[in-house]
Write a protein that binds this ligand. Structure first.
Ligand SMILES: *Cc1c(COP(=O)(O)O)cnc(C)c1O
Length: 239
């Protein structure tokens, strides 16, 4: 939903099911328009800064995948909601002193842009857990201030990460520069898809494009997104 006046006020837990349903409807419409199977597109509900009660309401409405950016905030929710067995995705920047908890508590990490971080996650992944699913963050528009590596550096990093036993390189993630023009939104997503195809031509078996948020999920689905990361349109605006 793009009703920013509704987004500005706090979201009640009773609103969550309807807001999730609207996001699913947008995803379904975009998938149909572009000949995609909706079963190939996962919704990661981005619950950063939002209380566990709202996440619990989303779980009750059938949502399984949740994205978090801040480790301390996430750990409290992971603890509180453990019995519901959600799938946790770490989607924020990672400092090296946080890798141990991330490796132990999350199923996915979306924003790796350094070998050192990937190696620590691999080393610290508990042995009784399956390999940690990992995406490389690409600075697809080459913006100065942005996290992520340049597309030209992706082959080397992918090669290095693919050797690590505790992680499984699944694909690429990006947060393009904001645009409200649908055609302009598609360009960086198409570039990310092209980069994944290039890496697969070199022998990788990547199957994940983590791209698209509240404002541009349709454009991302048009270009092959397998994971859209939606916060505001589910849980309301953040402070
Ligand atoms: C906050 C965040 C999102 C969600 O953005 P919305 O615009 O609120 O949907 C998605 N991906 C990342 C990496 C984020 O940090």
């Amino acid at each position: 939903m793009n009703d920013s006046s509704a987004n500005r006020s706090a979201i009640d837990r009773h609103d969550i099911a309807a807001r999730l349903a609207r996001v699913h409807e947008r995803m379904r419409t975009a998938a149909e328009r572009h000949g995609r199977d909706i079963g190939d597109i996962a919704l990661v509900a981005v619950s950063k800064t939002k209380p566990a009660a709202l996440v619990e309401a989303a779980l009750a409405a059938g949502q399984r995948d949740f994205g978090e950016n801040y480790l301390q905030d996430a750990l409290a929710k992971i603890e509180a909601l453990a019995t519901h067995d959600p799938i946790w995705h770490f989607i924020g920047d990672i400092q090296s002193n946080k890798t141990r908890d991330i490796a132990a508590r999350f199923a996915w990490v979306h924003a790796v842009d350094r070998y050192k971080i990937a190696r620590r996650l691999s080393d610290q992944r508990p042995e009784d857990m399956p390999p940690l699913n990992l995406c490389i963050q690409i600075n697809i528009d080459d913006e100065q201030s942005k996290a992520g590596i340049a597309a030209t550096d992706a082959p080397e990093l992918a090669e290095q990460i693919a050797q690590l036993p505790g992680v499984r390189l699944r694909g690429l993630m990006s947060i393009p520069a904001y645009s409200d023009d649908p055609d302009a939104q598609r360009r960086p997503f198409a570039a990310l898809r092209g980069l994944m195809e290039q890496l697969n031509d070199r022998g990788h078996t990547l199957d994940t494009l983590s791209m698209g948020m509240s404002a541009d999920l349709e454009a991302a689905i048009a270009e092959g997104a397998t994971h859209v990361r939606v916060g505001t349109d589910i849980f309301g605006a953040r402070d």
